[in-house]
Ligand binder design. Structure first.
Ligand code: DGT
Ligand code: CA
Ligand code: CA
Ligand code: ZN
Length: 579
């Protein structure tokens, strides 16, 4: 993708238009055509080239699965950004009807009727109408149908989707705090994937001990923000929050808390490996404890460390519990000295109002100082990224002068570093001249376009950028967006080798939807000798707190403070960056 077409229609967008056409045709009861639109949508989603480039070369109906008539529609979408045919279909049908048909038990006829009769446009509207008893009196519906509609709305919401750790952890902590404030509660801990700080979580697991379990369950099932209670008992209660995430609370006896915490923290794979060690000793390990089968004696169970100790292991940080070698390392005393959550001295990737951020340089610096940092690097986008209002070389020079001014008046316990997050062009060149890059403290270079290149092209492109003497850091090195976009194709081991040889850092981008490099990639990169830079990619003061998720990713990738340059004081950082 070239710079000028950054704003052009993407393959995903074209596919979404075709899918909506298919939805609406289906609702109208048209046969065969919907499948043709879906086939085309899937073909375009998985097409390695940009659909706009293909359209320009004129070969749209060469794409397998795309016939002549749909090819014309695609051309219209690419050239005008809209599709008249879709607009006319929308006219014919009530708004929002395509959301209603997704519900189990609601066919096209019912959906159209409900949308027309009640004006409901979303599943939420429909639920409100059913709850208010507005459906039972419609001809052919009745009270039973109304109940069924409510039920299917609920069902559609319990289907477990994964959520980003960064958005769920604060909510989970709030629940943990509320429970621990009860006087009858003795111990509370998060467990499961959220305790392991996995990048996405399926549900939130909470564990507690209490002298009055009924009271804990009562408080838990009436917490603010709860949409409904799925199941309530004295040992386990499950609720769903308004955001759709499920939370499971288990109340156990004090004597079992350690074993239960170990068990419910997982991962399942880690637990299986641990249980093997127990079996080898003729012991049994479960959520109640570690028991010697010969004597019936309980070997451990009250505290988690005791479970690991009894099995001849050092205690293992939850972030490492994925059965990726941590048990062997705990046995031989070679677990890594993981980077601490408080080890970061500064943020090396933040945006300001100069590009697409919400706050000024001074506001970002002030917030960073309040977090205990000693420095911050302002890395606004460069010119080629029009959608993010990237800075021209002239504007960037103004920004550098502004940073110098701020540093002159600020005390010497905090430093604002000048920088950029420039684009790596299709040819691997940064989109700012060397003379401009040379004036900056920190140069992050990132891929923001042309994601469909072949692995060879992308790898060569990124390595070319790394050969530029001024480039310090490769930003979000795989381009993935969690739950949304796969990484682009790139030979990471070649990139790591180049990074090690050229002294270029790999970023761990801490933004909740990125976490890029990922935990697994960090592990491999460290093996190859790579050094890392952590950046929040903050677009506001509040986002600076995302750094925690970058540290979690680093810990899950077995990194120590030494592997990460921004655990150093400013002088040490400057030595690495050669500024
Ligand atoms: P999630 O919720 O999908 O993000 O992942 P987890 O790891 O939180 O999984 P979850 O909520 O199903 O269960 C929590 C923990 O309970 C899990 O990490 C390990 C333990 N656990 C659950 N089911 C099993 C099982 O069948 N065998 C073993 N060994 N452990 C289990
Ligand atoms: Ca879970
Ligand atoms: Ca669970
Ligand atoms: Zn970026």
């Amino acid at each position: 993708m070239t710079v000028e077409n950054l704003s052009q229609v993407t393959n995903i967008e074209v596919a979404a238009v075709l899918d909506e056409v298919a939805d609406l045709l289906e609702i109208k009861g048209v046969r065969f055509k919907p499948q043709a639109y879906r086939r085309a949508a899937r073909a375009i989603e998985t097409l390695p080239e940009d659909i706009a480039d293909v359209a320009r070369e004129g070969d749209l109906d060469d794409i397998p699965g795309v016939g002549k008539s749909i090819a014309e529609k695609i051309r219209e979408i690419v050239e005008t950004g809209r599709l008249a045919y879709l607009a006319s279909l929308r006219e014919e049908l009530p708004e929002g009807v395509q959301h209603l048909v997704r519900l189990p038990g609601i066919g096209p006829k019912k959906a159209v009727y409900l949308a027309r009769e009640l004006g409901v446009r979303t599943v939420d509207d429909l639920e409100a109408a059913a709850a208010a008893g507005r459906i039972r009196d419609l001809p052919g519906f009745g009270e039973k149908t109304e109940q069924n509609i409510l039920e299917s709305v609920r069902m559609s919401r319990t289907a477990k989707e994964r959520r980003l750790l960064g958005y769920i952890l604060p909510v989970a902590r709030d629940i943990e705090r509320r429970l621990s404030s009860l006087t009858s509660v003795r111990q509370v801990s998060l467990a499961g994937s959220i305790r392991r700080r996995k990048e996405t979580v399926g549900d939130v697991d909470v564990l507690a001990t209490s002298s009055r379990p009924e009271e804990v369950m009562e408080v838990f099932s009436t917490l603010p923000g709860i949409e409904r209670v799925l199941a309530r008992g004295t040992t386990k209660t499950s609720v769903v929050l308004a955001t759709g995430i499920q939370v499971d609370l288990r109340v156990v006896e004090d004597g079992h808390f350690g074993a239960a915490l170990q068990y419910f923290t997982g991962s399942k794979e880690h637990n299986i490996a641990l249980r093997k060690l127990a079996v080898a000793r003729n012991w049994r390990l479960n959520e109640y404890g570690l028991v010697d089968l010969a004597s019936g004696r309980t070997v451990a169970g009250e505290d988690e460390g005791g479970v690991y100790r009894a099995l001849g292991l050092a205690w293992i940080e939850p972030e490492l519990r994925e059965d990726r070698g941590e048990i062997e390392a705990a046995r031989t005393g070679t677990l890594p000295d993981l980077v601490g959550y408080d080890a970061i001295r500064g943020d090396l990737h933040v945006h300001t109002r100069w590009s697409e951020g919400a706050h000024s340089i001074e506001e970002m610096a002030e917030a960073a100082r309040a977090l205990g940092y000693r420095y911050i690097a302002i890395c606004d986008h460069s010119e080629a990224l029009h959608i993010a209002r990237g800075l021209s070389p002239g504007r960037l020079a103004d920004q550098v002068r502004e940073i110098e001014r701020i540093n002159r008046v600020a005390g010497d316990d905090f430093t604002v570093l000048s920088g950029t997050e420039c684009n790596i062009g299709m040819d691997g060149k940064p989109d700012l001249p060397d003379s401009v890059l040379a004036d900056l403290d920190v140069v992050v270079a990132s891929v923001h376009s042309g994601f469909k290149q072949t692995e060879r092209e992308m790898t060569g492109r990124v390595i070319t950028a790394m050969h530029n003497d001024h480039v310090d850091i490769i930003g979000h090195p795989t381009g993935r967006i969690l739950l949304e976009r796969e990484p682009y194709r790139i030979d990471l081991s070649a990139v790591y080798d180049a990074a090690t040889k050229l002294g270029v850092l790999m970023e761990i981008n801490a933004f909740p939807s990125r976490l890029d490099l990922s935990d697994v990639n960090c592990f491999a990169a460290r093996e190859a000798g790579v050094r890392f830079s952590l950046g929040s990619d903050a677009h506001s003061r509040e986002n600076l707190r995302y750094m925690e998720f970058g540290v979690a990713t680093a810990r899950r990738g077995w990194l120590s403070a030494d592997d990460i340059v921004n655990t150093h004081p400013l002088a040490g950082l400057r030595r690495v960056l050669r500024t």
